[in-house]
Ligand binder design. Sequence first.
Ligand code: COA
Ligand code: MG
Length: 285
Amino acid sequence: MRSKLFVPGSRPELFVKALASEADAISIDLEDSVADRRKDEARAHVAEFLRSSEVLASNKIVIVRCNAPTTAQFEPDLRAVAQPALDMLNLPKQERSDDVCHAASVLEQVEADNGIAEPIGILATIESPAGMRRAHEIASAHPRVTGLQLGLSDLFDAFNIDRQDCGNVHVAMFAVRMAAAEAGVLAVDGACADFGDDRKFREEAAMARRLGFCGKSCIHPSQVALANEIFMPSDEEIAAATRVVEASRRAASSGVGAFTVDGKMIDRPAIRRAEQIVAAAGTLR
Ligand code: COA
Ligand code: MG
């Protein structure tokens, strides 16, 4: 998931456009981009869209960001969006593993009521100091958690933390990446609100990529091509990783643990990384 394009749930005219975009995932929002008085209307639009033939025929990853589990909208949101087309539920403002487990149990109940056979994954957003401190607990709270997403706007703006400072961004990304890595789930970068500033988007996306994030959230179609380009392994990386994977097979059959490829020592962590690059290239091309 190199790119996930957010669309406000209250703007149904954008849903099909987002579906036709080059984004790997579409992420319809019922939370912060929808005004309180339009929550019911947005939920109905999203429910209808998830039943549409366009979504059912699409090969995009389909995500909905619901309202926080602490709000009155949470359960109605789930009842409306837990449908066969939904791949992942994006939970905003996650701070405690108990809350993730509670959300997962509501989701399980709603899936049973709606006759959904394939379990819907959870993408938990870390966007507060408490969430950051407990990021690993949140990531490992429940088998349904398939990823952590970093939300820098909520995390930084509320505390006057400067996002233009790369050092500030780096520590937040690193913490979320480590938590996700320990739990064995994906790390996905958050959105950049200033969609006119491609330089900032590229800078954050490149940093996230170097930290092993799989992709970045987009809020405007113009950001999708940037994310796809930055998170796509280059031809040289794929070729080098393929050489490592092939050499590792030969080494395994002759019982060798560490060996040399392209002048570098290769052992288990390097093999794992190469296998991930080859696998990602296979699914993205
Ligand atoms: N998905 C699909 N298409 C989109 C889109 C999106 N998120 N945002 C804009 N577009 C389309 C517009 O409809 C327009 O299409 P057109 O050329 O056929 O008219 C084109 O892309 C250019 O849009 P533009 O006029 O530059 O943007 P806008 O002023 O209509 O909207 C935003 C700007 C930021 C309000 C809008 O992009 C948006 O709502 N983004 C998502 C916000 C969100 O979900 N936030 C929550 C997560 S942080
Ligand atoms: Mg927010």
